[in-house]
Design a protein around this ligand. Structure first.
Ligand code: GLU
Length: 618
């Protein structure tokens, strides 16, 4: 593969230094206040957020997790092994976003078969759940969202352990017991609390204080651990050790399954706490039935590239794919960045309308996936974009019915943007054989449900809040994302792999709830259309348009584009967070030429990530 895209491909060589430098200099504005002051110093020559070299590469949000992946690669493990080991380590060092008690989506390029595979580790609703489970019978309305968030009701059957088993069975070369060792070591010896860990604890301190095992573990001495202190999690070390010995069955059918169910049905609330922590509906049979299926990935072509993503129950692949298909109808160029951003926002607006109307768990609802991803449908949707004027949201969904006419007027009802917690994590790994992973792991929002399984050292997710909690009024458009027995809530997670000439070129993904889709889309547009290299494409200021009246944006985006886009009718406002003013925390990698990989993490958002390679080149 050439170092830069060759003539046949529309992807041009990036103008690396000028653009990347300018953006990185501007970025500290994104994280004002003490958080920025505490960020580690950056060096110009060897930043910890990019690394280029041979033998394998990784980017995560956390140095311990990245080091774990590199250790596995050095010892002969492949990308699948390294991803599982890094995820287990994140369970220790990022326990509020990645835990045994959560789920995720795994995308894998298998160099041997030259195919992309995806594994669905999404949590499932208990068999006793139905579309009115979140409705308060007294009011007929969904319970207040902040009550749903901290509850047993919101806990889905965790998918991560079954997903690791599936990943290793299909693609791994090491045993889970071996891959858990680095995480066990870190959980036992402890790690140094950084600003990010402190901040994530602090935003949860109120609710954590009301749940006894969560308070005891994460609020030592009654408050968030201080930056610079050592945090140990011996309970989690024991849990990982037992998992290593007994295997995933212990989690889904053994005594740990019973402990999880007990926690969900009788949340361990501190005596005297006034918080109403509703019990959940999970039974041991729900855990026993859980599987992490292989799903056929989504695939679209974009300007000669192949873009693979996560199919439903995630809306990541279908919405990124539809938006790219729409954008392919336009010429975007770095010579006119305002036009490019206008089209990016408009394509996203339209694709979100379709996501809301059509995407849910495909095992429970009919998702017209091939229609949503067809070029004909995209042309019909692209016709609705006025090159000089923003549309007013909410715009109605289109009809991916196979009968496509240019500029078909859209009709029908509109969906509202459902709440999705904005904070989980994403990692990428490549190995020396050319296998590539993009992996989103989540317990939904920072701290998940707030429920720690007593004595086990991990938090349970609140992923079921990704369902639409309020059923639609009679006569309104059907909602594909209502709760149901065994159903998986719709996700936005979008681990994405891009192939050029049939070979891996890019891997990218991010946390950020429903902003995940726009962040991945914007990074792809930045890299493919706007002539940025990958570090610049990740660092560039972001905006997110999800078919809402306002487009929310980071401060540096507003500074650069607000006046020009508002003149075209866009209504821009600052992204409220959390964390305020920051959208996502992406990781990515790019094959610069065969074997030579650049791994890229965030320079600033969430205090920066960590990129490493096995054999760096300088
Ligand atoms: N629950 C969210 C989703 O599945 C994940 C949130 C995040 O990854 O930031 O889309």
């Amino acid at each position: 593969m050439p170092a830069v895209p060759h003539d046949r491909s529309p992807v041009r060589p990036p103008r690396r230094l000028a653009l990347a430098g300018a953006l990185i200099v501007a970025l500290p504005l994104l994280a004002p206040g003490p958080a920025t002051a505490a960020a580690p110093p950056r060096t110009g020559t060897d930043p910890r957020w990019t690394a280029t070299g041979y033998g394998g590469a990784v980017a995560t949000v956390d140095p311990d997790a990245s080091r774990t992946a590199i250790e596995v690669l050095r010892k002969g493990g492949n990308a699948a092994d390294a991803a599982v080991a890094a995820a287990a380590t994140l369970g220790v060092t990022e326990p509020y976003v990645a835990a045994l008690g959560g789920g995720g989506f795994f995308a894998y390029y298998d160099a041997r078969t030259r195919r992309v595979h995806t594994i669905d580790g999404r949590e499932t609703a208990p068999a006793r759940m139905n579309e009115r489970s979140f409705v308060d019978p007294a009011t007929g309305r969904a319970i207040p969202f902040d009550q749903a968030v901290t509850s047993g009701l919101s806990v889905g059957v965790p998918g991560t352990v079954a997903q690791w088993e599936q990943v290793l069975d299909r693609f791994g070369s090491k045993k889970l017991s071996t891959l858990l060792r680095p995480a066990i070591r870190i959980a036992e010896r402890g790690f140094v609390v950084d600003q990010e860990f402190h901040d994530q604890t602090a935003v949860n301190a109120d609710r954590f204080a009301d749940i006894a095992p969560t308070r005891d573990l994460f609020l030592p001495g009654g408050k968030p651990p201080e930056v610079g202190t050592t945090f140990r999690n011996p309970d989690l070390a024991r849990t990982y050790r037992e998992l290593a010995e007994r295997g995933p069955d212990w989690f889904y059918r053994g005594s740990l399954a019973r402990e999880i169910v007990r926690t969900v049905k009788n949340p361990p609330v501190v005596p005297g706490a006034s918080r109403n922590v509703r019990p959940g509906l999970m039974e041991t049979g729900d855990l026993a039935r859980y599987t992490a299926p292989m799903r056929r990935p989504t695939r679209v072509t974009y300007r000669g590239l192949e873009v693979y993503g996560m199919a439903p129950p995630s809306s990541g692949g279908s919405t990124v794919g539809e938006a790219l298909n729409i954008l392919e109808n336009f010429r975007l160029s770095e010579d006119d960045p305002v036009q490019a951003m206008h089209h990016y926002l408009e394509a996203s607006r339209l694709a979100y309308a379709d996501r809301g109307r059509y995407v849910g768990d495909p095992d429970h609802v009919d998702v017209p996936l091939s229609g949503l991803l067809s070029k004909g449908f995209a042309r019909e949707r692209a016709c609705l974009i006025d090159p000089d004027r923003a549309a007013t949201s909410p715009v109605p969904p289109g009809s991916p019915d196979g009968d496509y006419r240019a500029c078909e007027p859209a009709g029908g009802a509109t969906g509202e943007l459902t709440h999705e917690g904005p904070q989980t994590t994403h990692l990428v790994v490549a190995d020396k054989w050319g296998n590539v992973v993009a992996y989103n792991i989540t317990i939904e929002q920072f701290g998940g449900s707030g429920l720690t399984v007593p004595g086990r050292g991990f938090l349970l997710n609140n992923e079921l809040t990704d369902f639409t909690l309020q059923p639609p009024a009679p006569g309104a458009a059907p909602d594909p994302n209502l709760p149901g027995p065994g159903k998986r809530p719709r996700s936005s997670m979008a681990p994405t792999l891009v192939l050029r000439d049939g070979k891996p070129w890019l891997a990218v993904g991010t946390p950020g709830g429903s902003t995940i889709i726009t962040t991945v889309l914007q990074i792809l547009v930045n890299r493919i259309d706007l002539d940025m290299d990958l570090p610049a494409a990740l660092a560039a200021p972001r905006a997110t348009q999800r078919n809402t009246p306002q487009t929310l944006a980071e401060p540096a985006f507003l500074e650069r584009y607000e006046a020009a886009l508002e003149a075209m009718g866009h209504d821009l406002a600052p992204f409220p967070g959390p964390p305020a003013g920051q959208i996502g925390a992406a990781t990515g990698l790019e094959f610069l030429r065969p074997g030579l990989v650049q791994a890229v993490a965030e320079p600033v958002r969430r205090h920066g990530g960590s990129a490493l390679v096995v054999r760096p080149v300088r």
